[in-house]
Write a protein that binds this ligand. Sequence first.
Ligand SMILES: Nc1nc2c(c(=O)[nH]1)N[C@H]1C(S)=C(S)[C@@H](COP(=O)(O)O)O[C@H]1N2
Ligand SMILES: [Mo]
Length: 245
Amino acid sequence: MERTPVDPALRAAVERRTLLRGGLSLGAATLLSGCDISDSDAVQSALHAISRWNDRVQALLFSDARLAREYRPDEVAEAFRYNAYYPKQDVVHLDAGSYRLGLSGLIGDKQPWTVDRLMALPRTLQRTRHVCVEGWSYVGQWSGVRLGDFLRLVGADTHAKYVGFQCADGYYEGIDMATALHPQTIMAMTTVGGVLPVEFGFPLKIRIPTKLGFKNPKWVTAMYVTNQQPRGFWSDRGYNWFSGI
Ligand SMILES: Nc1nc2c(c(=O)[nH]1)N[C@H]1C(S)=C(S)[C@@H](COP(=O)(O)O)O[C@H]1N2
Ligand SMILES: [Mo]
């Protein structure tokens, strides 16, 4: 019989959730799927089912009222930590003059936004912890317009289910509408000392302190509102789609 290995990222994601949150163990998953651990196609589909179930439960538990912890100015890291799916020397340099934020999907006014117009919007500041799924974190500071305020401003259908993002480096992500409307979800354009440095997403990143780092897209060039769950770069590679923290 052909045996494909269980995707290690998916297995780790499921084990982390199920063990830490007191759910099923991988052993229980094996029992449920009625197959040997080595029958990895069956294990894999059982794990996928559990992962989707985790996403649904997390989405139900998510609340606007639950805020991520905010920190004092002296707690902000001196240097933020860079991460992307490629090394820092390959980051995209976007030109402030020709940059446009494209809007599509269930949005009334789809006119693209320039950096100047985005920068003129009222910004809220946050000092929150960025947590990467790889096991490191830092307290950063960002400010930008609340995504919820922006969505209302452009006449988005805030009863739609999801908001998706496209990035200049080919990365893509999406969040549910409750997360998009959360008061700490912002369209970050500045950090300590001014505009975002190139490697941290200039000119625009979506900062979501209630989500793992990979759900915080940098170099965002397009946004859309939809009822179909947008795919995510890392959830397509086995990580949980919801990935709340
Ligand atoms: N466009 C884009 N956004 C991205 C990524 C990426 O590769 N491309 N990586 C994600 C991951 S895994 C992390 S941990 C954070 C890192 O953000 P930072 O460099 O601002 O700390 O960016 C996220 N957003
Ligand atoms: Mo990450």
